[in-house]
Each structure stands twice: as structure tokens, then as C-alpha cells.
Design a protein around this ligand. Structure first.
Ligand code: SF4
Length: 381
């Protein structure tokens, strides 16, 4: 078919660890803000995932699910808040219904957690002060670190039992694992410290334990190639970690960059002025050192750019978050490859409210209620 010839790299299948992705476009969902105040799943959230899966992406990585009671914000969904296996499986089965592979993303906010009611402290790799953190940061002891590994393993088992094909261990986005990996926040002096094993011990322990417990489960690790903050982790260290993760049994690495302390707008490249695909050079460099496939994230706004990234082997797949939120027709338009129908480009708001209240210039949630087919027909006219 003509469109497949024009964007043939983007629409080519990819084999990973005994599975096949039908194309190279993966959805990784930003926080939807559709869980309820207790962090439980809602019907709106399940509908939202169905709409994303129906866009013809090959894989859907969920928004970050908290592995315990620590949350970034009240409405962050949590593994333990989903009412058990049944609720978690409601999302995976809706994703599978559209022939996409469901992946559950595991996240612990560490020092970026919202303190529990009545408490003014949170925990992290080490005691740490920063003007953007209001709560006191206390240091996790060995017993608590072992419990965090255990939480990730339990969460992976829940995902397995709930029909997911794998999990994404989030070692980026300012989460606890990245806090261990960063010399800025990991001031410990022991083996878990940055000075000891470059802060990699926790990440590797979690991955090895999940691989041992669930030999056939897909493990994706989200890796920040550099902190993009003064004194932060650099690309050279990310390459060493990526190779260690590959040896530990990770199936795919999801490439991003940046680090977050406090508010998410601190170092995250969210703005309109940021170049397209800012992490592509790091991803291409990382690819030279690894055998496992890499997913590239970050402002891959246009289908032609995504095609170029895959064609030049800068990455094996691309992940879309806000880009897909902004335009559910993105893949259909990529397939049409028409001069007359263009994707609607995301405005890169600091926080994406598309799934909960709609984009700032649209009529809120009603946009998401549109029937997919009718929506595309309207765009073609
Ligand atoms: S325009 Fe703003 S609300 Fe809409 S998808 Fe982009 S970031 Fe999200």
C-alpha cells in the first residue's frame, strides 16, 4: 500500500523477546488525572486507555502507578488502590482488545512524594535539602530499601496476574530510582550510594529480582541519559548503567533525559521552544553499545520526524504521550501521508490536562467523548 511505502519504517513490525510489535509507535501515557481522590481506577480512566489503544499504537505503557502509598499527587493511581486484580485487568483487557501490548508503569516518588496527612517529612536516598522541597527528607535504611525492592516485585506479579505483558520500571522522571542514580540527591556513603556503585545497586536489584521471579515477562527500564542539572549524572554513566541493565535481563530501554526535584517544570524540557526530539542524539549513541531495542521519548511531534528516527536507526521505536493526547488521529494521519491532513500539534503545556479537562483551547472533556471514526471523517473534510 502507498502509505506503508511512504512511512514504511514507522509501520514495520518489531520483534522483542518473543513478542511482535505491529508498528514502531508506542503510547506512554502522561498522568491522566482520572483516578479518584483515593488513587482508585475510574470508568473514565478505563475509557481513556481504550481510546489511546484504539489509535493503532503497538504498545500502551500506562501512566505511572505508585507501588505503595507514596504519591506524587492525590489522584495518582496506585497498585494497591485498584481494588485488586480485577480493576487492574480492566485496563489491560481494553488495551489488548485493540491488539496493542499492555505494559504497567511502576513508580515511586521518593523525595517528590506528597507528605502523608499530618506529616512533614518524606524519604529518599539520603538526607537532602532543596529550596523546592517543603518537607524534610529522611534517609531510607537498608530494611526500607529491601522493602522497596519487594514492592516492585509484588507490583510486577500483580501486573502479570492482571494480564499485562510486562512492566516499565521507571528509573527517570524524578522518581526514587533516579534519585538513587543521581549524585545530586544520593549522598549516601554505603553500597547504595552514588560514591559506592554510582547509585545503581537499587535499580539492578529490582530488575534482577523481577527477571528471576517472572522469566518471561517483558521488562522495560525508563532511563534518563543525563540529569540536565549542574553536578548531575552524565551520558557516560548512563551507557554503563544501560549495559548493566541489559545483562540483568531488561528487554527494552526507554530513553529520556532530565531530572525533577520538586515541581515538574524544574528541568523537564516541556516548553514549546525546546527542539524536536531533543534526546535523539543520546539515544543513537546509546544504541551503539546495546543489543536490546531502544524506545525514544520526548517531543516527537510529527510523523515524518518519527519515520526519520526509525529509518536512521536512532531508535527502534518512538513513544508518544502528549502528542497522542493532542491528536488521536496521529497514526491514521501518518498512514495517510497526505499533504492536506496534518496532525494537530501539542502546545506543550507544563502539565497535560487533555484527558481530564481537555486542552486549553478545546471544549474540555467533550473532545475525548468524540467517536474516533467520526472524528477522523471530520478531519478529512
Ligand atoms: S496542548 Fe496541553 S493539554 Fe493538550 S495535549 Fe498538549 S500538553 Fe496536553
Amino acid at each position: 500500500m502507498y502509505h506503508q511505502f511512504m512511512n514504511q519504517s514507522l509501520f514495520s513490525p518489531l520483534k522483542i523477546s518473543g513478542r511482535e510489535l505491529k508498528n514502531r509507535v508506542i503510547a506512554e501515557i502522561p498522568s491522566s488525572f482520572l483516578a479518584n481522590e483515593a488513587g482508585d481506577l475510574t470508568q473514565d480512566m478505563i475509557d481513556y486507555y481504550e481510546r489511546i489503544a484504539a489509535t493503532n499504537v503497538s504498545m500502551v505503557i500506562t501512566e505511572p502507578f505508585a507501588v505503595d502509598k507514596n504519591r506524587l499527587f492525590a489522584k495518582q493511581p496506585g497498585i494497591s488502590n485498584t481494588g485488586g486484580i480485577f480493576s487492574l485487568s480492566r485496563i489491560s483487557e481494553r488495551i489488548r482488545a485493540h491488539k496493542a501490548i499492555p505494559i504497567l508503569q511502576l513508580f515511586h516518588p521518593g523525595i517528590n512524594a506528597k507528605p502523608e496527612t499530618g506529616l512533614n517529612y518524606v524519604y529518599g536516598p539520603a538526607r537532602f535539602k532543596h529550596s523546592r522541597l517543603k518537607a524534610e527528607v529522611r534517609q531510607y535504611d537498608f530494611k526500607q530499601i529491601a522493602a522497596i525492592s519487594g514492592l516492585h516485585i509484588d507490583a510486577a506479579i500483580s501486573a502479570w496476574n492482571s494480564g499485562y505483558s510486562g512492566i516499565e520500571v521507571n528509573g527517570a522522571d524524578g522518581g526514587l530510582i533516579q534519585q538513587f542514580l543521581s549524585p545530586i540527591t544520593n549522598l549516601r556513603a554505603d553500597d547504595y550510594g552514588y560514591k559506592g556503585q554510582r547509585g545503581e545497586k537499587l535499580a539492578l536489584e529490582i530488575v534482577k529480582a523481577i527477571r528471576k521471579t517472572l522469566p518471561d515477562f517483558l521488562i522495560i527500564f525508563k532511563l534518563s541519559t543525563r540529569d540536565l542539572l549542574p553536578g548531575g549524572r552524565m551520558l557516560k554513566e548512563a551507557i554503563n548503567l544501560a549495559m548493566a541493565l541489559e545483562n540483568a535481563g531488561v528487554d527494552m530501554i526507554h530513553v529520556t533525559a532530565g531530572f525533577t526535584i520538586g515541581k515538574v517544570d524544574y528541568a523537564f524540557p516541556t516548553g514549546r521552544t525546546v527542539a524536536n526530539a531533543p534526546f535523539a542524539p543520546d539515544c543513537a549513541f546509546l544504541k551503539k553499545h546495546l543489543k536490546i531495542p531502544l524506545i525514544l521519548s520526548g517531543k516527537i511531534a510529527l510523523p515524518g520526524l518519527a519515520e526519520e528516527i526509525i529509518r536512521t536507526e536512532s531508535a527502534d521505536a518512538v513513544s508518544l504521550g502528549r502528542t497522542l493526547n493532542r491528536d488521536l488521529d496521529w497514526l491514521n494521519i501518518a498512514a495517510m501521508n497526505s499533504e492536506h491532513v496534518k496532525v494537530r500539534e501539542c502546545k506543550r503545556c507544563p502539565t497535560c490536562s487533555a484527558a481530564s479537562t481537555g486542552c486549553p483551547d478545546m471544549k474540555g472533556y467533550a473532545f475525548w467523548k468524540l467517536d474516533l471514526d467520526k472524528h477522523l471523517i471530520r478531519r478529512k473534510q
